[in-house]
Design a protein around this ligand. Sequence first.
Ligand code: UDP
Length: 412
Amino acid sequence: MKRVLKDYEPLAGSNAVSQLKQLARDLVGAKVVHVNSTKAGGGVAEILGWLVPLMNDLGLDTSWEIVQGHSEYFQVTKAFHNGLQGNNATLTQRMLEVYEETLTDNANRLRIVLENADFVFIHDPQPAGLLERCNDRSGKWIWRCHIDASHPNRKVWNYLKGKVSAYDASIFSMPDFAQPLVHPQFIIAPSIDPLSDKNCELTETEINNTLQELGIPHDLPILVQISRFDRFKDPIGLIKAFTLLNSSVDARLVLAGGGATDDPEGDAVLEEVKDAAGKNDRIHVLLLPADAHRTINALQRSASIVFQKSTQEGFGLTVTEGMWKGKPVIGGNVGGIRLQVHNHYTGYLVNTPEGAALRARELLRNPVKRERMGLTAQRFVAENFLLTRHLREYLTLMSGLRRGLANYLVAS
Ligand code: UDP
C-alpha cells in the first residue's frame, strides 16, 4: 500500500512532518534520480523503497534506476564491496574492463534521465562510474556510500576514489567511514520505515502462525539474526556462540535471509552455514524469498534477543528493526552497529562468539533486564532512526548543494 507523509504524523509528530514540507518547498519540481544495483535484498533497496515515494509525495520528481549487468560484473562489484570493508582484493585488468564496459552500457541506457536530473544519488560502488560518462550533466551528483569504509583495501579505494572524486558531495553513515576526498562529505545515518510490512505492528496470532508455517516450535526462547548470507555478517560465529550458550541455557536460533540480486556469494555462504548448523535441530536456517517482509517482522517480534553479529557493518538496518520491536540487540562491535547498540543500554556490543554467548546467557536469565533494554532500544530508534529524520537530512543537503553550500565549504 502506498504511504504518504501524513501517515507518519502519529509516530513522528505533526511538527516533524510539517518541517519536511517546509524544507521541501525549495525543491518542489526538482528532478531527482537514485541509482543502485538491486530493487530487492539488502539495506539500500529497503531504504529506497520508502524514500522514493516519500520524496515524490513532497513534490520532488523522483525516480529509481538500477544498473544492470552480467554475473561477472556483480562478482567484480562484490570484490569492491569486500575490499572497501577491508578484505584483500585482487583487481585484474579483466575485472576493471568488465566494470567499465558494464557502466558504459548502463550510461548509454540512462544518459538522458541522468544528465537532465537536478540531483543524482549514486548508491555504493556499483554505479559509481556513471558520472564520468555523463559529460552533459546539469545537476548535483552525490555519492552515497552505505558500506563500512573505515579501513578500505588501498587498491580498491584508490580505484574507486578516481570514480567518486568528481562528485559534488558524498554521504557516509558515520564519521569513521569518511575518506580524504576533495568534495564535502556529509554524515547521514540510515533509518527504517515504521509503517512498512517489515516494521508495522503484528498480532500474536500472525506471529505464531508464521512460526508454525516455518516449522519453528515456540517451546524455547528464540534468538534471531536476519541477514543476507554474507561472511561479514558472521553467521558461523553466531552458530558457535549459540552452541556455547546451549550447553547451559535452552534456546532456539533462527538464521534467516535471502539473496540480493547483486550479491553472487550468497549460495556458497548458505551452504557453509548449513554445514556449520549440522544436525542441530535447534538451529533453523531459512532461505527467504525477497518479499518476505512480514515473515521477517514476525521472526524479529518472536525473538527474545535479536542478533547482528557482523564483523564489518555499514549500518545494519536489522539492528534498528529489532530495536524498534522492543528487543535488546547483541551486535558485533563494529561500524554502524555502534551507532545503534549502546552497550548495556540498548543491547550489548561483542567481539567474539564467547562474548556473544555470555551476553545472551545473561539476558535470557534476566527477563526484566531484557524488557528494560528493549524499551530503551525502542525509544532510541524513535528519536534517531525513523525515516522522518533521514528525509530531513537529505532535503537539507539538497537545498544546501543547490544554494552553493558545496562551493562555500570547499572555499572556506
Ligand atoms: N532483509 C530482507 N530479506 C532478507 C535479508 C535481509 O528483507 O532475506 C532486509 C533486512 O530486514 C534489512 C535489510 O534487508 O532491512 C538489510 O539491511 P542491513 O543494513 O542490515 O544489511 P545489508 O544487507 O544492507 O548489508
